[in-house]
Design a protein around this ligand. Structure first.
Ligand code: BG6
Length: 479
């Protein structure tokens, strides 16, 4: 049902995500008048606050994470906020919450980010308090389980109260402008689609590199590891957008139908097709940083790096490897997709001594937002000693090409879509389950073959085996 909610209920309202992303995003949307003046935001969490002390808490977060924002904008945003303390295991607290929220006739959007163990009691509490009717939709933040089975349990618990068309599973990578631009690049230009297949593409690389370490998420991260924290969601969503068939329309069903087909075509990975690593002490930007175990305070077998050679068993991608890698404490923060084309079938320049390099399309997602097409060009000159060719970039820097529009946080887009009810950039249940299915098989194979992460010094591109994973196929990671 289409409605624009005039209540937004934020679970985890005192958490890290709320401080860094949700409150700043909502404040920015407020300032740009993109949310209706009627929208009330009700925060809830275990911590003891009242409306005033929560507004003070929110102000601190906004001043920290939106340092350049006008004070007057923050002042005018804060009155939208109110707060209700809640212990999800105590049903009576949901009655108080319902009183605080008041009427939800016009519609309510819930943003739920909570420990997996609290999903069931939270959904039960919301149901008992009458907070799950036709005019309520729910956004779910990760982690949504730790494997297929636990993800199904969460999905089943939520499905008892909400039909799929009112469930919005968040993958914040889909809120990133450059990720959405992948669709424009592929489907608003005529020149890529005819080449976008195994006949013309040699391989694809997707890298999500981070310089940060554990940050303040010790308990969660050590139980997750890079495969479940990054590959299961963000990396596979990027892969699905790169590899999917053209959807008939830009709408939630058409796009998600095509993505899920890709996710279901992922082939079981062989043991030699993955490399895992864990950072040891090293240096980032010239500054010494401790190893993972030291940060954690005890030994651990959790991987902070993973590289995978993935395959899609379908017509379009038969024989085209997708090299995926992600890790913490790598030399730079960089998310990038590289589509490497095949060589020209016959080089007319060979007889003149010139070498041709294959073309590559490099899509920079962050921090650089750019699109680069590597093309062969002739080096200027009279060529008395033979023709020389060189690969040169055709380069679009997005912030230069679109200097006007304001840069937005991914969550601004996602919160607005949640409030207004557009599911296109949210993940459907069948996608999440296909993702877990593939990830669970990889983890089972690690367990079966006793695969443990190899150490790599912080500030390097992971264990050397990750380089070998690509190089034994004659492929070099783009760095
Ligand atoms: C989160 C992961 O989903 O994404 C974090 O849990 C990771 O471990 C983060 O740091 C990366 O997001 P971004 O937007 O900074 O690339």
């Amino acid at each position: 049902m289409s409605f624009t909610a005039d209540r937004l209920l934020l679970f985890g309202a005192t958490g890290d995500l709320a401080q860094r992303m949700l409150l700043p995003s909502l404040c920015a949307l407020h300032d740009d008048k993109l949310i209706s003046p009627e929208l009330r935001i009700i925060g809830t969490a275990r911590s003891d606050y009242d409306d005033d002390s929560y507004r003070a808490f929110a102000r601190q977060a906004l001043e920290k994470y939106l340092p350049d924002f006008r004070k007057s904008a923050i002042d005018s945003f804060l009155p939208r906020l109110s707060y209700q303390t809640l212990d999800a295991n105590d049903a009576s607290h949901f009655v108080d919450l319902s009183d605080e929220i008041g009427t939800i006739d016009k519609g309510m959007a819930i943003f739920l980010s909570t420990a997996p163990s609290l999903f069931e009691p939270t959904i039960a509490g919301l149901t008992q308090a009458g907070l799950t009717g036709d005019k309520v939709r729910i956004g779910l933040e990760k982690p949504l389980g730790t494997n297929l089975e636990s993800s199904r349990e969460i999905n089943d618990a939520v499905a008892k109260a909400f039909p799929e068309d009112r469930i919005f599973r968040i993958d914040h990578y889909l809120g990133k402008e450059t990720v959405q631009n992948l669709l424009a690049l592929r489907f608003a230009n005529i020149m890529f689609e005819p080449l976008w297949n195994a006949a013309h593409i040699d391989h694809v690389q997707i890298t999500i590199a981070e310089t940060v370490g554990l940050e303040s998420r010790v308990a969660y991260y050590d139980g997750a590891g890079a495969l479940r924290d990054m590959v299961q969601n963000h990396m596979l969503q990027l892969l699905a957008l790169v590899a999917m068939e053209p959807p008939a329309n830009y709408d939630a069903t058409a796009i998600r139908d095509e993505k899920v087909k890709v996710l279901r075509a992922l082939r079981l990975v062989e043991p030699g097709e993955t490399v895992t690593g864990q950072y040891r002490k090293g240096a980032i930007d010239g500054k010494p940083v401790p190893g993972y175990d030291e940060e954690l305070g005890h030994d651990s077998d959790t991987e902070t790096f993973v590289a995978i050679k993935a395959h899609l068993d379908n017509w379009r991608w038969k024989g085209v490897p997708f090299y995926l890698r992600t890790g913490k404490r790598l030399p730079e923060r960089m998310t990038e997709i590289v589509v490497n084309f095949r060589r020209v079938p016959h080089s007319i320049f060979a007889s003149r001594g010139a070498l041709t390099q294959p073309n590559a399309l490099v899509i920079g997602i962050q921090p650089e937002e750019n699109i680069q097409l590597q093309l062969m060009a002739k080096v200027p000159g009279l060529d008395r000693e033979g023709i020389r060719l060189r690969s040169v970039p055709l380069d679009i820097t997005m912030p230069d090409a679109f200097a006007g529009p304001k840069k937005r946080i991914a969550y601004e887009r996602l919160l607005l879509d949640l409030i207004e009810g557009d599911q296109t950039l949210f993940v459907r249940r069948d996608e999440v389950e296909a993702q877990w299915d593939w990830i669970d098989d990889i983890r089972a194979s690690w367990a079966e073959h006793g695969i443990k992460p190899k150490g790599y010094p912080a500030g390097t591109w992971g264990p050397s085996a990750a380089i070998a994973l690509a190089e034994r196929d004659g492929v070099t990671w783009n760095e």
